[in-house]
Design a protein around this ligand. Structure first.
Ligand SMILES: C[S@@+](CC[C@H](N)C(=O)[O-])C[C@H]1O[C@@H](n2cnc3c(N)ncnc32)[C@H](O)[C@@H]1O
Length: 444
């Protein structure tokens, strides 16, 4: 198509954070445009279901437009809303949840105000940084798999970049071959960093495509050197994650300890947790704690059995245990179940039990037909088999923590045959991105 120039005003964002305008009834995606911007836009492609535009000139910036904090913004695919004021991000997220629930589930229940994140920078407790050719370390570029060699990223703590710098140097000095996704050759795939704020500890994971990873003395020396440069945290453990699969999944199961115990200790809701490399752990600890507190407040049916479906390492199960007869956690990742059991024991919580397996495959009747069910599924939402099992045993309450408004809306629609949505609270776990967490209380 021949390029066409139009003047238009930004209306919204797509889920990827591209600006959105309308042109003769069709949507146009315009990267970099913010709602409220008036801009001259060149239409550059017709993609059947939408048009693609490019900003030629911003005529009148939106009052919500702010300068991005990071020099890599717009190229790096790590975050998408740095050019939008935080108060406006919160309004957009609230509206996004409300619209998704109205459009996809016909729900008109008013939302509680979104719970903002106190930290809007350096809030992430985990970074998964791919190694790129030539020993670069950073994030993938937007819509591509080439690595932006990052020296900084304001949504991660500055210490993470000192660590990345050290391991980048190691890769170059020791000439460790970088993994190539296309040929499946090379060794270094990802550098994963996790931090705990309670003990200010850091766990480093090297994801490698080889049967075993050596370099123990070199890594020990490197860690001593890096630790002297860190501002707040201290590396206490380094592990290798052996991932020899042709897959986009970052981590595989096998872990080799290189230094330390293979975990860090974090505190949430008064309980201590051992966090290892390949178990799920919410990336914004302070926000997760607020959501867990709300879940606990809704668990106000003393002496009932609670099911914590998709329980991870048991964070929700432990926080609600004192408000129930027994909590049963179900989780499919064996390491998470092992950690959950250890976490319960270490914290002296006796009335919790964990089962390994897919929750949709369990017989809820055999699990004692719990009268309160908490679900915290991955982005794809609840398995339809689980929904039909829940509808068969009809617990009085369902508490649903979701990281994806679209799958949440789909599931709420299915559950609404027997349940009413009583409360909806969005939480901002992910400032500077379009992601939003939503907590919902359902009652029959
Ligand atoms: C969003 S996380 C929530 C974990 C935990 N509630 C927390 O806040 O840390 C989802 C968890 O569900 C697990 N999972 C995914 N599919 C599952 C399934 N079909 N059955 C049981 N667990 C599953 C994942 O391994 C992950 O630990």
């Amino acid at each position: 198509m021949t390029a066409m120039l139009i003047t238009a005003q930004g209306l919204d964002f797509t889920v990827d954070g591209d600006g959105l305008i309308r042109r003769e009834g069709r949507v146009v995606f315009v990267p970099g445009l913010v709602p409220g911007d008036t801009a001259e836009i060149e239409i550059i492609a017709d993609k059947k279901n939408y048009l693609l535009g490019r900003i030629k000139k911003i005529i009148e910036p939106s009052p919500d437009r702010v300068p991005p904090a990071c020099r890599h913004f717009g190229v790096c695919g790590g975050c998408s809303l740095q050019h939008y004021a935080y108060s406006a991000q919160l309004r957009w997220k609230e509206n996004f949840v409300a619209q998704s629930l109205r459009r996809l589930a016909g729900l008109t229940v008013p939302l509680s105000p979104i719970v903002p994140s106190e930290a809007v920078w350096a809030y992430r407790n985990k970074a998964q940084l791919p190694f790129g050719s030539g020993g670069t370390v950073g994030f993938f570029q937007m819509n591509s798999h080439s690595v932006v060699d990052l020296q900084e990223c304001p949504i991660q703590h500055a210490d993470f970049w000192r660590i990345a710098e050290g391991f980048r140097r190691l890769a170059r000095e020791k000439k460790i071959p970088i993994y190539n996704e296309k040929t499946h050759r090379g060794i270094l795939r990802y550098l994963v960093i996790r931090r705990s704020d309670y003990l200010r500890e850091i766990l480093v994971g090297l994801v490698v495509n080889c049967r075993t990873f050596g370099l123990r003395p070199e890594i020990k020396r490197l860690v001593e050197e890096i630790n002297k440069k860190l501002l707040t945290y201290k590396i206490v453990s380094v592990v290798a994650n052996i991932n020899q699969k042709k897959t986009n999944k970052i981590l595989d199961e096998k872990i080799e300890n290189i230094l330390g115990s293979g975990f860090i200790t974090e505190k949430i809701g008064g309980f201590l947790y051992k966090v290892s490399l390949n178990t799920f752990w919410q990336v914004n600890t302070a926000q997760a704690e607020k959501a867990y507190q709300q879940i606990k407040a809704w668990c106000d049916m003393p002496d009932v059995n609670i099911l914590d479906a998709y329980c991870g390492v048991g964070t929700i199960a432990l926080s609600v245990a004192e408000r129930s007869a027994q909590v049963l956690g179900v989780e499919e990742v064996p390491q998470s179940v092992k950690d959950a059991r250890r976490n319960a024991e270490n914290n002296g919580v006796a009335n919790v039990r964990f089962i390994q397996g897919k929750v949709e495959r369990q017989s809820l009747a055999a699990l004692g037909s719990p009268r309160l069910i908490i679900v915290d599924p991955p982005r794809r939402g609840l398995d339809p088999e689980l929904i039909s099992k829940i509808l068969q045993i009809k617990p009085e309450k369902i508490i649903y923590l979701s990281c994806n408004p679209a799958s949440l809306a789909r599931d709420l629609k299915l559950l609404s045959v027997d349940y009413q949505v009583r409360e909806i609270i969005p939480y901002d776990f992910f400032p500077q991105t379009t992601h939003v967490e939503t907590l919902v209380l359902l009652q029959n």
